[in-house]
Design a protein around this ligand. Structure first.
Ligand SMILES: [Zn+2]
Length: 224
């Protein structure tokens, strides 16, 4: 099934510039491994970014600098510059039938059968993934088929990439590879679609804010 929920331009450009924290990069790379459309957009972003960088370095500041840069970017017959990978990179060759694409696979340490799930006490289970950025919280979340997660809003950004099953949030349905964004302006209660457990990669940069008092009491123990 075709992916319908894609990466934003802003995230793609930041990813290609190497300016994303590791957790966000991992989520972006995971989507890219599953989405040919965003891989093409990512190559364009890298090519334009590389040309901008090259032009800024080589063109002396002058009144017409901007025109010169734009002329060179629009110039014909130029090869896209090679960029140096600084992020976890997608490896489309291993996506497809394998449930976990690289680079996510190496973070999880095997396939999904090998995951050591920890109960969250609400039906759902998680596996926290170790990153070294000190800025993001990264986890795999497994939600039983048809079950909702507790109602919550956010103190920061949340990015979810569905890996298997489906996630239903209001009118939107997210399938394998689809990305969902949420922030302080969003209060929601996503649920796994029927028939299959939903496993997704979830990245946040601040603790969630739960509506339920019980969940708020459990939160320090769940580190969610
Ligand atoms: Zn995409």
């Amino acid at each position: 099934m075709a992916i319908r929920h894609h990466l934003s331009d802003e995230l793609l450009v930041d990813y290609e510039a190497g300016s994303l924290a590791e957790g966000w990069s991992l989520a972006v790379a995971t989507h890219l491994a599953l989405c040919p459309q965003c891989r093409a957009r990512s190559r364009d972003a890298a090519a334009i970014g590389g040309m901008m960088f090259e032009c800024i370095e080589s063109v002396q500041p002058e009144a017409d600098s901007f025109e010169k840069i734009m002329k060179r970017i629009g110039g014909e017959g130029r090869d896209a510059p090679q960029t140096t990978p600084r992020n976890p990179r997608p490896n489309p060759a291993v996506s497809g039938d394998i449930l976990l694409p690289e680079p996510l696979r190496s973070y999880v340490g095997g396939d999904l059968d090998a995951v050591q799930w920890k109960n969250l006490g609400v039906g759902a289970q998680q596996m926290r993934l170790a990153t070294g950025d000190g800025a993001t919280n990264v986890r795999l979340l497994r939600i039983p088929a048809g079950d909702p997660v507790p109602m919550h809003t956010h103190r920061g950004q949340e990015m979810t990439v569905v890996l298997c099953g489906s996630l239903v949030d209001g009118e939107d349905v997210y399938m394998r590879g689809d990305v969902e964004y949420a922030d302080q302006s969003v209060e929601h209660q996503p649920a796994a679609g029927p028939g299959e457990d939903c496993i997704c990669l979830v990245v946040t940069d601040a603790p969630l804010r739960f509506s339920s008092k019980l969940m708020r009491m459990m939160q320090p123990f769940l580190r969610i």
